[in-house]
Ligand binder design. Sequence first.
Ligand SMILES: [Mg+2]
Length: 511
Amino acid sequence: MIKTKIFFLNIFRSFSSKSGEDIPTKLRAVYVEAKAAVNHEPYTHRVNPRGVFTNYELNLRNVGVYGFDYDYTLAIYTKNLNNLVYTCAMNRMVKDLKYPKALLEITSDLSFAIRGLHYDIEHCVLLKVDAYNQIQRGTVYRGKRKLSDEEVKDIYGDFSVPDNKGKNLPQLIDLFSLPWAGLLSRIVQYFDDRKLAFDPVLLYEDVADCVQRVHASGEMYQCVMDDLPHYVHKNEGLSDYLHMLRDHGKELFIITNSPFQFINSGMTFMLGEDWRKIFKYIVVSARKPTFFQGKAAFRRYNEETNGLDYEKVTHLYPDQIYSGGNMKDFSEKAEFKSRGVLYFGDHIYTDLADPILQLGWHTAAIVPELAREIRVQNLDTYHYIIVWLETLTQLIETYQKYGDRDPLCCNVITEWIHERAKLRDNAKAMFNEQFGSMFRTHHSSTYFYRHLNRLADIYTSRLPNMSTYGPEHTFFPRRNALPHESKTSVVEIADEIVTKTESVHELSKKE
Ligand SMILES: [Mg+2]
C-alpha cells in the first residue's frame, strides 16, 4: 500500500511535466494509469472476523470479575427467532387488533433492514443516521419505497436530524429490531399501496404493543424452549472460555432481563446441566436499564414453585437465583474478591451505558452482525471497490481545479463524480441493499458506531472469540489518523515492520 501511494505521486508528477497533450487527454491518461495500478494492488490485510477490537486500552490483569448479559451475549440466536417474533406479532396485529387479514399472507423479509436504524414515527420512515446526526442519502424508506432526496428535504429541511426528536425518532437497537422494522415497513407499504388512511402514531404503538406482548406473555420463551436447536446456536467454545476464567480465579455473574426457566434451558443446552456452578451470582428478570439506577428489591427465585419468595433478601448467596433487584444492593451484598469488573452485553444502551458511565466498570459489546460485515470487507471485490473509490476521490480532489477552466475538463471531472457515486452505492449494497453497513456510512461512522465507540472498551461478534486472549492480555487501541495528520497509516507501517521481524525471528503473531 505504501509503495502504491508513491507510485500515484509519480503519476501525478509525470502528468504535470508532459506538455505535448491537452489537459482533458492528460486527465484521462491519469485515470487509466491509476485504475490499472489499483487492479494490481495486492490485498493482504484481511481482518479476522472473530477478532476482538479495541476502543479503549483494557488490561485484563485489572479485571477479577466478569459479568454477562444472557440474550445475544451468552446465547446467540438463529434467524428463526426473528421470524418467530415477526409471525407472532403479526398474528396479534390481525387477531387482537383487527388489522387486515391479508397482512398474514405476505411473507416477511427480515433482511430488508439492519439494526441501529431510526424510525420516524410521524412520517413512517426508516432511516440511517451517521455519527454527526446526518441522514445518509439513499437510506430513507417509507414502507419498501425509497424516498428521493427532495422528499427527504421536504420532511427534514436538509439531511440533518436534530437530537431533540427524542421519542418521535426511536432507534431500533434491541433484540426485536429486525422483526419490528419488518412489521412497520410491511404494514405501511400495505396501507400506502391501497391508499388507506391510518394514524402513524397508533400504528407504531400497536406494533410496539404486539411485539412487547410476544415477549411479556411468554409466547416467545415457550417456543424457544420447545425447540432449542432451531433457535439457539450451540456457541462452540463458550464453555471452554468460561471455565478458563474460573480456572484462573475469576468470579463470574449474570444479570439478565429474561426469566430463570428460559435461561436455564438455554444454558443447559449450550453448557450442560452443571452450568450454574460456573457463576457466583445469577440475577434474572432484572429489568435493565432500570436495574442500574432503580430501587427494586431483590427476591429469591424458588425453583420448586417456579415463583418468587416473599421474605426480604438481606444477603446474596452464590447458590441461589435472584430476581429483580438493583445495582446499589448488588454492589453492597455481592462479595467479590476484586473490584475490577468487565461486563459483556449486546445492547449498547441497556447493558453498557450505566456500567461504563456510572459504575466505572469496563464493558465489552457483543455485536453478532460484526463477523458477517468483516467477511464482506475481506472480499477481493469489496477491497477493489474501496481502494478505487478512495483513489478516484483523490483524483477528483487534486484535479477539480481544471473543471472550472475548461468545459471538456469539466466533463471528465463530472464523469469521475458520477462513477464515484456509483462505487459508493455498490460498496454500500454489499452489506445491505437498502441501508448498507451497520458501522459506517460512506465516509463516516454511523450513529450506532458512535455509541458503540463511546460505551464499549472492546467489541467482538461472539463471546468465545475472547478465548484467543489470555486472562492477562492487554487490548491496545489503534492509533487512527486524524484529518490533520499524515495520510500514511502508521498502524500499517508498524504492522509491516512487526510482520517482517516475526518472519526473520520465526515468531508468530497468531499464537
Ligand atoms: Mg441481550
